[in-house]
Ligand binder design. Sequence first.
Ligand code: ADP
Ligand code: MG
Length: 366
Amino acid sequence: MLRNSSFPITIEQISKRYGRVFALDHVDLHIKSGEFLTLLGPSGSGKTTLLTVLAGFTRPDSGSLKFGDTEMVCVAPHKRDVGMVFQNYALFPHMSVGANVGFPLKLRGVPTREITDRSERALEMVRLGGYAARGVETLSGGQRQRVALARAMVFEPRIMLMDEPLSALDKQLREHMQIELRQLHDKLGMTTVYVTHDQREALTMSDRIAVINAGRIMQLDTPRAIYERPRNRFVAEFIGESSFLQVQVAGGRVRLGNQTLRTAVAAPSDGPMLLMLRPERLRVLGAQDADQAQDATLNLLEATLVATVYQGDSSLMQLALPDGSMLSVRGPSGATAAATQALPGERLQLALKVEDTVLIAAEGAA
Ligand code: ADP
Ligand code: MG
């Protein structure tokens, strides 16, 4: 079942409108051969539409789609060499596990004997070897989703498309399946386009993430780059927690109130920008940290504690800057964590590493 040849997918200027809504708005996207790429975006952003364009169920109004060098827009779905897994399994409830998995082969006129063998092999891939004779209705949610996966893989497609395949599963099973799916991908090496609205799932599984909003790709990057260097406010807010502070850039200097910040990257141009702060990247300095006041790798901010919320594995503190703008700091929650003992109204000093000082454009999509 191991394939060494998959193809890259090239999407150029693909648009699809429903009435006045652009489900896809001039999308450009290059997916590398063998890559695990995730489309991440809120409900209604166009994820499913893009996936069904790839599968051939939706015909775009304009644009080009290539698998390798071959133009695919007019190619029928069953001629695309694409396996697809949906959120709701879409298994035939009255058929056995084996008959479900073998169905795509039957459609393709494969001899019965071979269907049985290949279905069993696909079931082994998803660790359901020996389940062929079972009824689908006797399986758990996670097992059903694995059957759907085996059915998508059984004809050895070179491209795998998955539309929120884990969203019906409970958290524990989801996290387990995320790792299994990724391992399976690494073993089989097919180009995979995975859809989710769950940012943690996207960060966990992907080689790269395309963040999509209102039919447009907002950023295409590795998980780390998406999280550490979001290109605009939408991406920064959609992935992880963040606070935003207004800063002014003048002559290359970044001013927050009456203080000048040290930044990792030079500010692109003069004018207002936003400083993005991740709560876990800010640290409350205590009396024992006095020497850090001189540390050139840090920016120091003075803020007043408003409230502390205990959240088990960590504590979240809300703080106010002198100008009234608010920010959050996540810190340790243990009994010995000094910062957690601070009382509302106390003035605290916060340290922000220069490398974590991220500036983004002040308005919407940059
Ligand atoms: P997502 O999968 O990200 O939730 P979709 O691709 O399903 O988003 O939808 C994108 C937009 O296109 C939404 O505004 C949705 O209402 C619209 N849309 C999708 N399919 C249809 C359709 N068949 N008819 C009309 N509008 C549609
Ligand atoms: Mg969808």
